[in-house]
Design a protein around this ligand. Structure first.
Ligand code: ADP
Ligand code: MG
Length: 801
């Protein structure tokens, strides 16, 4: 543009010259051809190159022509520019524009994005740094031991040394302050880079020892670079995948690439959060937020940034959780929008039900039952989860709910994950409900065909009110006359597919009750099961003895074995659980097979059996049955022991390599023992190295954390408190693992941060409010697009009926 203006000025001045002056004017050909070469066609430029030799008249004619041409170009350029600015990109464009096709990026920058799995513009903008480095220039004289800093220093000398690992030493200075920098490889480029007298830029961790300041293997730079130096910079890494090494060079390429993407495309990113919500929580705009999350303004302090406490970060944490909660609220409203059969419940139903029981219900059991009865009395489907520790008495609550439905002449299906559990439930249901004159039926893979056919008939006519089976129950060729309630045990989510299958089988949308023995902290409950209503049974029935939990170091194993011996002598049985070993993991862990041999050697006169995940199902069932029938004394296994199986005679649970387990997982496992009248023990074994203090502060910290974690199990038997501790210490991944729900992975939210847990509460509230006002998000198309892209498949966001 500048060139064009210059050219225009020259042309307009010269073309008004008188002929004499015009004929004397030379040098136009070179000046104008240079200035205009970018704007005019080649042929015209050739003409310009001849201009000095033309007659004054011809010169003027050409100049007049050029004047017009330049004006036209000028008119065109701003128009083009305007067009560019008014381009409105859609969310879709950010998904479809690929990093690989961007002309603004260098190949090496594209490669860096590929390395971290970022493919589209959207991926890039939403690939957030996990921390920040302060790379603002610092003074050497002000730095303290252990601090990182970026310095501009003058090279004093560079020499080879041989001090242990250190092979090259560079002495640098800033005024009167000196810094010794060491490298572990003797590389020629170091000597050409660190030339005496040259100014260089270094970033690294400074050690101060007495008067000496030193740094090992710093990042080195020739000159300043506004993107990656002298500012707070983002650090990108592959979350959760430490196998991919990202070097500081790669990170710099990412930074440069990200900077360009942000400059060029961010202004066009559509805002999706409702203005009202943004105002209520004082959240910056999406482009403000994205820009600052990647390249924070210097006014932010680095601690706040690394705690993810700045407004731009909070906006994005809010967004991530809000979209999740929106999906939950949306699904909930989809389910609720179907018609269900209301079940009428008499006023004193709970008291009458209690009369059938050999005990009275705990307060929590009553509360849960009342929640359920209130739900099923409505004409929109119940979608409720009952959470309670193993042994808290969930089954009784299920029985009560089933009774209410059966008394209405409607049907109930109870589904358990295994055949053993189905049988167990069958007996429990039958014991209680026979007193109310209601028959209970069992349907499993082993039911003889003749009986099966009879039962099918009874289900179809509605004579069989309560049928218990495995999940296969809904896959069978069954039809219900009037299925009103489905009870699902130990499965956390009753999927849309399963719901659909049932609607086909009975023509109605059933109420759904899910029961789980995994205590789930409120935060995770909201995040994972936001679409479910939750009832919690916390109190254990009176007189229940907690399992005594003891932590042993490997070298104290003998003590443990002698306790186990005492139990075995009393005729009790023992579970031993090993963590699941991945083939690739080189660790001090014994494999379950090896462990199995050790246990056989330790108890040569006892029957020790092995169970692991790779065995065929029939073999597993067979071994489980052997153990249940007391034909085996010690069951060594990976974590495949069926949830919910009652083996009252088992009193000891040994957890090998306990440090490898999540707390909630161990808590679940220890719930397997002490279920009978004998009480129980849980022994946690960790390697002896955990006894000794570690030299390195990081390792020592993690050693203490591990022990602290395991001691929580020793101290408390409250599953909810344990789950909360797990969440705070490990972010909930373990609980989600136990909860079989598939991990939720976040790109910026993190539940180990208390603030993020609070934000989740707000997003739930806002999401529910928005769905209430706009059930199909018709007024918020971009938001809906985002929600669908993330959760349509995962949450099955489709209507079922
Ligand atoms: P969960 O399914 O929650 O693990 P169960 O329903 O199997 O627990 O109950 C465990 C045991 O406690 C059962 O033997 C049951 O009969 C008994 N039980 C349940 N509720 C009570 C209660 N309120 N008082 C006494 N015992 C109870
Ligand atoms: Mg149970």
């Amino acid at each position: 543009m500048k060139k064009l203006k210059q050219a225009k000025a020259i042309i307009n001045r010269v073309r008004n010259y008188e002929n004499a002056l015009l004929s004397r004017t030379t040098g136009l050909s070179e000046t104008l051809s240079q200035l205009l070469s970018d704007f005019l066609p080649e042929g015209l430029i050739e003409d310009i190159k001849q201009i000095d030799s033309l007659t004054p008249q011809k010169k003027r004619a050409l100049l007049n022509y050029l004047s017009k041409a330049v004006e036209q170009i000028e008119r065109n350029i701003p128009e083009k520019k305007k067009e560019k600015q008014s381009i409105k990109l859609k969310l879709q464009d950010f998904w479809s524009i690929k990093i690989n096709d961007l002309k603004i990026l260098k190949p090496i920058e594209k490669r860096a994005f590929r390395k971290i799995g970022v493919k589209s513009l959207y991926d890039a903008l939403f690939f957030f740094p996990h921390r920040y480095e302060d790379k603002r220039l610092k003074k050497l004289s002000k730095i303290k031991n252990g601090e990182y800093g970026l310095f501009r220093l003058e090279v004093v000398e560079t020499k080879k040394i041989n001090r242990g690992k250190l092979k090259v030493q560079v002495v640098l200075k800033e005024g009167k302050d000196f810094l010794n920098v060491y490298f572990v490889h003797d590389r020629p480029y170091l000597f050409s880079f660190f030339r005496k007298g040259k100014e260089v830029i270094l970033y690294g961790k400074v050690s101060v020892y007495g008067k000496e300041k030193s740094m090992i293997q710093p990042e080195i730079y020739n000159s300043f670079d506004e993107v990656v130096l002298d500012r707070i910079v983002p650090v990108y890494s592959l979350r959760g995948d430490s196998s991919v090494k990202i070097t500081s060079q790669t990170i710099n390429h990412l930074r440069r690439g990200m900077f360009k993407i942000i400059e060029k495309y961010l202004p066009y990113f559509p805002e999706y959060l409702p203005e009202e919500i943004r105002e209520r929580y004082k959240l910056p705009s999406i482009s403000q937020a994205l820009k600052n999350v990647h390249f924070p303004e210097d006014t932010h302090n680095i601690e706040k940034l690394n705690g993810f406490e700045t407004r731009p970060q909070i906006r994005l944490i809010f967004d991530e959780l809000f979209i999740l909660e929106l999906a939950q609220a949306y699904r909930k409203s989809l389910i609720k929008s179907n018609p269900a059969q209301p079940v009428s419940v008499s006023e004193n139903f709970v008291e009458e039900f209690e009369n059938l029981l050999p005990f009275s219900l705990t307060g929590d059991q009553k509360k849960a039952l009342k929640d359920i009865l209130s739900d099923i009395s409505k004409s929109s489907p119940m979608n409720r989860m009952v959470q309670g520790d193993v042994g808290s008495g969930k089954t009784v609550v299920a029985i009560g709910s089933a009774l209410a439905v059966a008394q209405n002449n409607l049907q109930v299906a109870v589904m358990a994950p295994t055949e053993i559990l189905a049988k167990q439930h069958y007996h429990n249901f039958k014991n209680i409900l026979s007193k109310a004159g209601i028959e209970v039926y069992l349907l499993t893979g082993n039911t003889p065909p003749k009986e099966k056919r009879k039962l099918y008939k009874k289900m179809e006519t509605g004579e069989a009110k309560i049928v218990i089976g495995t999940h296969a129950l809904i896959q069978e060729e069954v039809r219900f006359k009037n299925l009103a309630l489905v009870i699902v045990d130990e499965q956390h989510r009753f999927g849309v597919e399963q719901r659909k299958a049932l609607i086909e089988k009975s023509g109605t949308v059933p109420h759904v009750l899910v029961m789980t023995a995994t205590p789930i902290p409120r935060t995770l409950s909201i995040a994972l099961y936001g679409d479910l209503d939750v009832s919690i049974i916390k109190q254990l029935p009176a007189g229940r003895k907690p399992v005594e939990t003891v932590l042993y170091y490997e070298d104290e194993r003998e003590n443990m074995l002698s306790k186990i011996k005492q139990e075995l002598e009393k005729g009790r049985q023992v579970f031993v659980v090993y963590p699941l070993i991945e083939e690739s993991e080189k660790s001090d862990m014994k494999s379950v097979e090896e462990g199995f041999k050790h246990w056989q050697e330790a108890f040569p006169d006892k029957n020790v059996v092995l169970l692991h995940g790779k065995m065929p199902q029939e073999e597993k069932d067979f071994i489980m049955e052997q153990f249940r029938d007391k034909k085996a004394d010690i069951l060594v296994s990976t974590t495949v022991i069926e949830v919910g199986v009652d083996i009252p005679n088992a009193t000891v649970m040994v957890i090998e390599d306990a440090h490898r387990f999540g707390l909630s997982q161990i808590h679940q496992l220890r719930g397997r023992v002490g279920r009978g009248k004998y009480g129980g023990y849980c022994f946690l074994i960790v390697p002896s190295r955990f006894k000794k203090k570690e030299q390195e502060p990081e390792k020592e910290k993690s050693r203490q954390k591990t022990l602290e974690r395991l001691k929580i199990l020793v101290k408390t038997s409250d599953g909810f408190r344990i789950a909360e501790a797990d969440l705070e210490l490990r972010g909930g991944g373990d609980i989600m693992g136990t909860a079989q729900s598939g991990k939720l992975t976040f790109s910026i939210a993190d539940f180990t941060r208390p603030k993020d847990r609070i934000i989740l509460e707000y997003t739930k509230k806002e999401a529910e409010k928005l769905i209430k006002e706009d059930p199909h998000l018709e007024g918020h198309p971009v938001l809906k697009e985002l929600m669908m892209a993330k959760y349509r498949d995962r949450f099955n966001l489709i209507n079922i009926a």
